[in-house]
Design a protein around this ligand. Structure first.
Ligand code: PLP
Length: 356
C-alpha cells in the first residue's frame, strides 16, 4: 500500500489523538479539555473577528498577541513565539534545537508525541526511566545528551518537578536546549519562567488548550531567550508564515487580557481534582499525586483496559495506553463536579463488580 511514500514516512508510527466521539453523548474525560467555556471576552473577540477582513492574511509576526503575552509574563516581545497549538511549537523545537549528533532525552513515561517528532525529523532520542513512583531522577538527565524535553507537570502522570530541579536540569545541561512543556502548569505547578534570566538554554512552552479552554482554536506559545525564539521563527518561516489565523489571534489576545476568569476556572479545576483524588483513594485506587487537570490512577488487581471498557459502557471516556509500565493505569481528565460524581459512581460500581 505505501506506494510513493518517502522512505522516512513509510516506517513512521504517528501519534494517536484521543477519541472525539460522534453520535452518542459521552462524559468526555479523555483529552484533558477544560470543562468550562473560554473567557467571555475571547468568544466576543472571535465573533468580532469573523468579518470581511478574513480576505486578508493574518499578521505573520502575531505582533499584538505577542505583546499581550509579553506584558502578561513580564518579558520582552522578542522572547515570545506563538504557534498553532503547542504541538506545533514542540515539533518546531525538535527541528530547531535537536540534531543527529547526540540523542535528545526525555522520560520513558511522558507525552507520546515526543518520539513521533524525533522520528519525523530523523533525530535520535534516548528515554530515561522514571522511578517506580513516576518521580523524575534529575541526576540521570544531566550530562552528555543532545537536549532535554519534558512536561512539567509530567503527562500522563501529573507529577510535578520543583523549580530547583528544573534549574538543575538547565544548569546541568548548559550546552544544549532544555524545553519545559508547561501544558498543565496553570493547575498548580511553579512555572520555570523565573529562570529565564539565568538559564539562556531554557525554553518554556505553553498551551491555551487546557487552562484557557481554547483547544478548538489551536493556540500555543513559547517563552525563552531572544536567541531561542529566533530559532523557532526560522523554522516557522521555513514552513508556513501564517500559522495562526485572524480569528485565533483575536481570541488568544482577549483570553490573555482576561486574567480573572482564567485564574478562577483553574482554581475550580484544581479543587475538583483534589476532591476526586480523595474519593478515588477512598475507593481503593492508587492515585498518582497530580498538579495537572487530570489524574493518573490504577486499581490493584484490575486491568486498565477492563476499567476503560467498563467506563465507556457507562458513557464515560477516559484515556488508556497499552504500553509498558502504564497498561494498568487510566488517565482521567478533571471535568465539572457533576461529571466527576458520575465518574466516581461508575468506578465504584465497576470495582465492586456491580456492572452498570
Ligand atoms: C504534555 C502536553 N504537551 C502538549 C500538548 C498539546 O497541546 P496543544 O493542544 O497546545 O497542541 C498536550 C496535549 O494534550 C500535552 O499533553
Amino acid at each position: 500500500m505505501k506506494e510513493f511514500w518517502s522512505s522516512r514516512i513509510r516506517d513512521m508510527v504517528p501519534y494517536t489523538p484521543g477519541e472525539q466521539p460522534r453520535g452518542r453523548t459521552f462524559i468526555k474525560l479523555n483529552t484533558n479539555e477544560n470543562p468550562y467555556p473560554p473567557a467571555p471576552g475571547a468568544l466576543e473577540a472571535i465573533r468580532a473577528a469573523a468579518n470581511g477582513d478574513l480576505r486578508l492574511y493574518p499578521d505573520p509576526e502575531a505582533t499584538e498577541l505577542r505583546a499581550a503575552l509579553a506584558k502578561f509574563h513580564g518579558v520582552k516581545e522578542e522572547q515570545v513565539f506563538v504557534g498553532n497549538g503547542s504541538d506545533e511549537i514542540l515539533a518546531f523545537c525538535f527541528a530547531a534545537f535537536f540534531g543527529p549528533e547526540q540523542p535528545v532525552v526525555f522520560p520513558d513515561v511522558t507525552y507520546s508525541f515526543y518520539p513521533v517528532y524525533a522520528g519525523l525529523f530523523g533525530i535520535e532520542y534516548r528515554t530515561i526511566p522514571l522511578r517506580e513512583d513516576f518521580s523524575l531522577p534529575v541526576e540521570d538527565f544531566l550530562g552528555k545528551n543532545g537536549g532535554v524535553i519534558l512536561p512539567n507537570p509530567n503527562a500522563p502522570t501529573g507529577r510535578a518537578l520543583a523549580l530547583a530541579d528544573v534549574e538543575r536540569l538547565c544548569k546541568g545541561n548548559p550546552d544544549v536546549a532544555v524545553v519545559i512543556d508547561e501544558a498543565y502548569v496553570d493547575f498548580g505547578t511553579e512555572t520555570a519562567l523565573s529562570l529565564l534570566d539565568t538559564c539562556p538554554n531554557l525554553l518554556v512552552v505553553r498551551t491555551m488548550s487546557k487552562s484557557r479552554s481554547l483547544a478548538g482554536m489551536r493556540l500555543g506559545y513559547a517563552v525563552g531567550s531572544a536567541n531561542l525564539i529566533a530559532a523557532l521563527r526560522c523554522v516557522k518561516d521555513s514552513f508556513n508564515s501564517y500559522t495562526l489565523d485572524r480569528v485565533a489571534l483575536a481570541a488568544a489576545k482577549a483570553s490573555v487580557e482576561d486574567a480573572a476568569y482564567f485564574s478562577e476556572t483553574c482554581q475550580k479545576i484544581a479543587a475538583t481534582r483534589e476532591g476526586t483524588a480523595r474519593r478515588l483513594t477512598e475507593l481503593g485506587f492508587e492515585v498518582c499525586p497530580s498538579k495537572a487537570n487530570f489524574l493518573f490512577v490504577r486499581f490493584p488487581g484490575r486491568s486498565g483496559k477492563e476499567l476503560l471498557d467498563g467506563l465507556r459502557e457507562a458513557g464515560i471516556l477516559v484515556r488508556w495506553w497499552n504500553q509498558p509500565r502504564i497498561a494498568d493505569h487510566l488517565r482521567i481528565t478533571i471535568g465539572t463536579e457533576e461529571e466527576m460524581d458520575a465518574l466516581v459512581e461508575a468506578l465504584r460500581r465497576l470495582t465492586r463488580g456491580e456492572g452498570n
